[in-house]
Design a protein around this ligand. Sequence first.
Ligand code: 5AD
Ligand code: SF4
Length: 442
Amino acid sequence: MNKRDSEALASRLSSQGYLITDSEQSADVILINTCSVRDGAEQKALNKMRMLIGKSGQQPRKPLFGFLGCMAQAHGEKLLEEIPGLKLVLGTHCSHKLPEYLDMLLKGEREKIADCGEMDAPPVFLKDHSLLQEGSEFPLVSAFVNIMHGCDQHCTYCIVPETRGKEFSRPIADIVDECRSLAQNGVKEVTLLGQIVTSYGKRLISASPEGLSPFVQLLEEVEKIEGLERIRFTSPHPKGYGLDLVEAYSRLNKLCESAHIPLQSGSNRILKAMRRGYTTERFLEILSQLRSVRPSIGLVTDIIVGFPGETEEDFQETMNLVRTARFDNAFIFKYSPRQHTPATEMPEQVPMEIREERHARLLALVNEIAQEAYQHKVGETLDVLVEGLSRRNVNRLQGRSRCNKIVLFEGPSAWVGTIRKFRIVRAGQYSLYGEPIETEDN
Ligand code: 5AD
Ligand code: SF4
């Protein structure tokens, strides 16, 4: 989500005459878009900002420094006091004001600005996209599109409802227009983004006569867009994962067989304390429903270890659930206490050494299962959307399978933006190596 916000803001600034530079030394303005979900992310952004401001002391012309995003929202004006040299703090609800504020600061009309906006007001959705991939000459192949903002769920560990505010959804027609215009500009894949996409359209759009939820109605409309080949979305909430969404996978050809469904814990006791609103049994039922409509579906999840009160038995339940679910990947996080969230007040905070130790054990298990899942793909033929150069080896290209696995191969850069068939010959850690299959389409 932050990546999308950064891209939209950079593109908005470009359209106003700013040039994006890849060198911190040559920049006149340096903005850091921040995340608050865990303390580690905040510390990283603060350290980076302090380091940049410190270094700029020796430069003849000092750049203008600003913080955007969730940390700016959560700490506001206080950041201006704490970090001498910082000139701009712009929260999530008013990021569209960035060009206006930069103008004032650069002209010297204002010395410092902090604005965190009105959290109850509907946000302004930025529709700007850069049609070239970041830092490259390749055209944009896969785009992120925001469909909603905020979250009303208030899981007891999560700062997002505070930093992103209440849920607001964009009308279907607006989203479809944005996706259509991307497709007309050569984009082949869209990922629909929201903190909790299964709540999309709540209070704004009613269920269809056939009982389809607003989110599935949106998927159906995006499916109809000419030129668009693939649809993905992130993140759904298990609580709102209805049968209509499961069935959408069997009906909508463009909807790729991959799903990111956050589990958070494999212990019902902990799920309750997290206020997640589902049980592990229900979670596993969703996975088996999805696998029965699309057996090759790639499943990815998020898990937090060391939530307050998590015992070794609770943790073992998470390990067991991971063994049963056999995810293709899982993002594992050490619980991080966040300001104003109920979990920080809970007794029985788990010591950091235990959080770290559980993180390592779970990660080893996830990696082992994922490796088996990747190995299992060897010998299969997959449709791959070619995205650009491999990050590690510029002599290779990389793309993604429908089940959202990175596929690496050799080929001409003219393939970027096309969907081609590859036979998988080898599996790496979280990547696959393919050889092109010559077909009429290829
Ligand atoms: N501590 C650790 N992980 C967290 N997440 C959200 N809040 C916290 C927290 N306080 C994780 C959840 C979520 C992902 C984006 O970040 O797993 O799904
Ligand atoms: Fe945070 Fe997701 Fe829970 Fe919303 S549903 S409060 S974004 S973890």
